[in-house]
Design a protein around this ligand. Sequence first.
Ligand code: DGL
Length: 280
Amino acid sequence: MVAPVPGLQRDRPIGVFDSGVGGLTVLAALEAALPGEEFLYLGDTARLPYGTKSPASVVRYATQCASALVERGVKALVVACNTAASAALDALAARFPGMPLIGVVEPGAAAAVAVSASGRIAVIGTEGTIRAGAYQRAIARLRPDARVTGIGCSVFVALAEEGWTDGPVVAQVAHRYLDPLFAGPAPPDALLLGCTHFPVLAAALGALVPPGVRLVDSAATTAQAVAALLAAGGCARRGRPGDVSRSRFLATDAPERFARVGSIFLGRPVAAGEVELIDV
Ligand code: DGL
């Protein structure tokens, strides 16, 4: 049993986790939005992918990841994995009462609703995320007349983890998943990347969708939501001009691979020596 962090300590790091390196796309937005904050990022690389696992397994993995971060003294938790947020957010809230907690699904839904004029929104994510229906519900809460189509695109996770972000293989897989979405008489005007692995494929996917379709992901809106949550709780660091954020990295397997592939997702180099191997 892990006790929640007592109180809200400004100078503690913000915990962020994902099944692997995908959540680094969210970390990049957090670093940009919250200069002066420190982040502790955990990639559960030993057990990736989460997207094809049962909800019970994902809840167990997410609870173990969150526990590892709470034990290390984080002041807030960001579930930077749509699959884990879809399956486990309620379980995490119950397990860590009082811990500020944010998943990527609500912010992602808000981003999609904000750009869609027609209310026809396509969500692509892992099998688990789409099956859980969390995006469909979150979008309906914000815009009850929205028409949401969800497609599980688990192969995109493998491509992104391989560092294959463009080229003919990506295009072929993307056509197979996306073409049916836009073939009907009333196609969506927004494509929500409902998996934190997908933003690295955004340029390739954007080139294949019909003109006018807006691609959105949850990174920037999640960062805004975290900033608002910290401010409301009085636990944001008091940044000074010129402050930069700092991140530390934990992985449950293959730290050197995490560093190599993670650099693509974070958009800056990560050295293997910066990644600590842990067991959860
Ligand atoms: N990055 C995870 C997400 O946002 C999915 C990757 C996986 O299947 O583990 O859903």
